[in-house]
Structures are given as C-alpha cells and as structure tokens.
Design a protein. Structure first.
Length: 183
C-alpha cells in the first residue's frame, strides 16, 4: 500500500497564495512551492504539472470564491447585481491582494484562459444588458470597479486608496440610480 499524501491540492493552493501575498507572482514557482510545503518538486507536480496549471488553479479558486460570495445572480436587477458586486469587492479586499491580482497577468497569457475570462465578463454584461438607464449606470459602475481591480495590479492599494476610489464609484452609481428613479 502506498504512502498517504501529506499535503492536499487545496493545501498546496493555500501555501501558493501565501507565497504570492508575501513575494508577489514572480515568487511563485514549482520549486518555491515545494520548499514552502516541505515536499519534493515531484510532489507538487503530482498536483500541478506546470506553473501555468498552478496559476490557473489559483485563479479558478479565486473566481469560485468570488462567485460564491456574489451568490445567485439569475433574475437579479442590474442595479442590485452591481450593488452586490461592489459589496463583494469591498468585503473581499482584505483577501484579494494586489500581488494576487498580478497572477492575472500570467493567467491571461494562455489563450484558453483569456477565452474563459472573456466568457465570464460576457455573462456579466448579458445580465446587465437591458437598455434602461439603470442598466447603463450598472454597466458603467461595473467597468469602473473592474478598472480599479486592474489598477490594483499596479499597486494603487499600497496606501489604502483603493477603498476610497471604490467609495467614489459606489457614490456616483447610487446618485445615477436615485436620479433615474426620481425622474
């Protein structure tokens, strides 16, 4: 009977996230993960054949966590969807670091990954697709929030400014929705 594994795939992903938080995306290698997990490189490669596969698993994990926090979006109005989206972004900012966002750079270099990313965004815009002014405000707010996410890659959150910018997006969005409701 074979030896029982000492670390799981999920455990390796936890350690990999720690490496990225502490050292940035460039610090994440199969070798670095093996050392941090105190296992052989072969042990890591049993779960993740390549760094690309490891990065993909981290991004999939983050996306699944984000989607779970977002909840069921079927039948939700564009305004409520974007309100919830901003709320999830705000509540998850302590766990989604700019250095983690840096993994997106490596992730989107794979054509299959960019296709999946496009499909995810397309599904969001389809949900926000009606022609109403509220849906238009919701699309603009989503674009602004996602722009902030991408700017985090450049490190604008180092001084905690990201949250204030998200406040601005939310405030303008709510004013547009209120003005549309009043008029």
């Amino acid at each position: 009977m074979g030896r029982k594994p000492t670390i799981t795939r999920e455990g390796l992903l936890e350690i990999a996230e720690g490496i990225v938080r502490n050292e940035g995306a460039a610090g994440l290698t199969i070798d670095a993960l093996a050392k941090a997990a105190s296992i052989s490189k072969g042990g890591v490669q049993y779960s993740f054949a390549s760094k690309d596969e490891l990065v993909r698993a981290l991004i999939e994990r983050w996306t699944s966590q984000f989607d779970a926090l977002l909840g069921n979006v079927e039948g939700v109005s564009p305004v409520e969807l974007v309100r919830n989206y901003i709320k999830v972004m705000r509540s998850s900012q302590t766990t989604i670091y700019a250095k983690m966002a840096g993994l997106m750079i490596a992730y989107i270099q794979n054509p299959q990954n960019i296709t999946e990313t496009r499909q995810w965004y397309q599904s969001m815009f389809e949900r926000l697709g009606d022609g109403s002014r509220e849906a238009q405000a919701a699309r603009v707010a989503l674009l602004a929030a996602e722009g902030l996410f991408l700017l985090r890659i450049a490190g604008i959150d180092e001084d905690g400014e990201w949250s204030a910018y998200l406040d601005d997006v939310e405030s303008v969005f709510e004013r547009l929705v209120a003005a549309d409701s009043a008029g």
